[in-house]
Design a protein around this ligand. Structure first.
Ligand SMILES: [Zn+2]
Length: 117
């Protein structure tokens, strides 16, 4: 089976989340702070490393306003934010890992397997 890819990307009605429908039917809702906090560009990664695991970034409203989503080839999307930040390229496997719905499902599966054994 090939790795799932987004078939539909859109903003939630309140524009506070980006919604992705995947080719395997999974629907993920990414809150803007989650996406911005996990920006995979070199600048943001360095910034996070310097500040350490307990650093909680504070973003302005501009920094959390998603202005544009651009497809990068067949493997990633590039996000442009209201403060002009646009170097974050989120590849599809990375987006899958960030998916809050998938993380909920994983912890549920864990609970089930514990109950069975
Ligand atoms: Zn960044």
């Amino acid at each position: 089976m090939s790795a799932p890819v987004p078939t539909k990307i859109r903003l939630s009605e309140d524009r506070k989340a980006m919604l992705i429908t995947w080719s395997d039917g999974l629907e993920c809702s990414y809150p803007m702070p989650l996406l911005r906090k996990n920006c995979p560009c070199a600048t943001c990664i360095t910034d996070r490393e310097e500040k350490g695991a307990f650093y909680i970034p504070l973003f302005t409203a501009d920094a959390l306003r998603l202005e544009n989503v651009r497809q990068q080839g067949r493997y990633a999307i590039q996000l442009t934010w209201g403060d002009g930040h646009h170097t974050g390229i989120y590849d599809f496997p990375y987006l899958r890992r960030l998916c809050p719905e998938l993380q909920d499902a994983a912890s549920e599966r864990q609970d089930n397997s514990e109950a069975e054994s």
